[in-house]
Ligand binder design. Structure first.
Ligand SMILES: *Cc1c(COP(=O)(O)O)cnc(C)c1O
Length: 421
């Protein structure tokens, strides 16, 4: 029996309606930008396995560092104990994070990093004697699949069974260069009529909303409003963090810095699951007290796993090398050329780009999205490229180590796909 056949017996896959999509492709190997399936077919991983493996799959430097750490210390409780990988990681992070970020809290995935960000915002006010019960978020955001994270995400048909149990959230549109005054007016009304604790947002690029991009100046105005109105700002950089936008963090493109940041995905270069919620001294100070109940009583068994910390540390070292910084610039320039090449194609409605994140909207009827997505996905895979279109959007977020030749193949296959839509 093939792996694909054996898979069906016991496995239940994420985000999958098994009746409609019964087949899962078995991947047996990954190296650099190449995924290999059980039949020996190869695919260029043009979305870096959900934006994680930015230094290439099975990166020699990262795997070597982690295998050394494995011989030394595998796992230990992080409550009451500490260890060198976590300490070194914290030092490396503070060096590259926006300068107001001063404390680092560990968890295991992007969703939990957002839960913790929400808890920090709510308890910050609670510890100051204020009970605030409302959060603000963008209309089309995505922050994960746990309850708090789902609550602050945009409304989705997939969330139907859970909506009655959500946190109280008010939503605002993203700034587009024209609606900033209207957004500020809405914010004022929301702040006057609710007890607003925090604003949770993906800075500059909204990943699951199909790489929707918004205006940095408008976002800055929103963050300033929050700052002046004691609303804690929580930047979800789970997708945008670690170089994707051309700077180490998207928040570094914006003058007003967030109080809290959520990080995961590329944090460990795709080797091991881990996430972080970082915050400013102001947030930490609100929890620092003689009163034990004012502490942040949130913890996961695998918090700050030494192997994951080592993978993250090695990844951050790679991110800061000249080689990777040069590749980020080269991919960014290459995407710009590709954008110019396709933007006037009759099937292309629009293109957009931030750093190495490139997206292209197809000019097709809304009702065809579902079928079109499957058709495009199959076309890309048949041609050896792993891309995952969202609605009518095709996007690229390839590893920083992708070669010119591989990138050219991704572009070529996307161009060819325009003739089947
Ligand atoms: C992927 C993602 C999450 C959720 O992370 P998981 O590790 O899948 O729980 C949250 N926020 C953003 C912006 C993401 O892209």
């Amino acid at each position: 029996m093939t792996l694909q056949e054996r898979d069906k017996k016991y496995l239940w896959h994420p985000l999958t309606q098994h009746k409609l999509h019964p087949e899962a492709l078995a991947i047996t190997k990954a190296k650099g930008c190449t995924l290999t399936d059980e039949n020996g077919n190869e695919y260029i991983d043009a979305i870096a396995s959900w934006y994680t493996c930015m230094y290439g799959h099975c990166n020699d430097y990262i795997t070597h560092r982690v295998s050394e750490q494995m011989q030394q210390l595998d796992q230990v409780v992080f409550s009451g104990f500490t260890h060198k990988p976590a300490i070194e990681l914290s030092e490396a992070l503070i060096n590259i994070l926006p300068k107001n970020q001063n404390k680092i809290f560990f968890s295991d995935n992007g969703s939990t990093s957002v839960e913790i960000g929400i808890k920090m915002a709510l308890q910050y006010h609670f510890n100051h004697g204020n009970k605030k019960n409302t959060l603000i978020a963008f209309e089309d955001g995505f922050h994960g699949d746990t309850f708090g994270a789902m609550s602050v995400s945009g409304l989705s048909v997939y969330n139907g069974p859970f909506e009655d149990f959500f946190l109280k959230v008010e939503r605002i549109p993203v700034p587009n260069g024209k609606n900033h005054d209207a957004i500020l007016k809405t914010l004022k009304v929301l702040a006057d009529n609710n007890e607003v604790a925090g604003f949770v947002y993906e800075p500059l690029v909204q990943g699951a909303a199909a790489m929707k991009m918004h205006n940095a100046d408008g976002l800055n105005q929103i963050l300033n409003f929050c700052k002046n109105n004691n609303i804690i700002t929580v930047a979800d950089e789970v997708m945008t963090g670690f170089g994707k936008t051309g700077k180490h963090f998207a928040s570094l493109h914006i003058e007003t810095l967030p109080d809290v940041m959520c990080l995961s995905k590329a944090l460990t270069g795709g080797l091991l699951p881990m996430a972080l919620t970082t915050c400013s001294q102001k947030i930490y100070d609100a929890f620092y007290s003689d009163d034990i109940a004012k502490g942040l009583f949130h913890g996961h068994t695998y918090s700050a796993n030494p192997l994951a910390c080592t993978a993250a540390l090695a990844s951050i070292e790679l991110l800061q090398t000249q080689t990777i910084q040069d590749s980020i610039k080269a991919i960014t320039a290459s995407h710009e050329n590709f954008g110019n090449r396709v933007k006037n194609h009759p099937k292309v409605k629009s293109i957009r780009q931030t750093g190495i994140i490139f997206a292209l909207d197809l000019d097709v009827e809304m009702q065809r999205y579902g079928n079109l997505r499957d058709k495009l996905f199959k076309f890309f895979m048949d041609n050896g490229v792993f891309l995952r279109p969202l609605g009518n959007t095709i996007y690229i977020q390839a590893p920083y180590v992708i070669t010119n030749q591989e990138l050219e193949k991704v572009y070529r296959v996307i161009e060819e796909s325009l003739s089947i839509v």
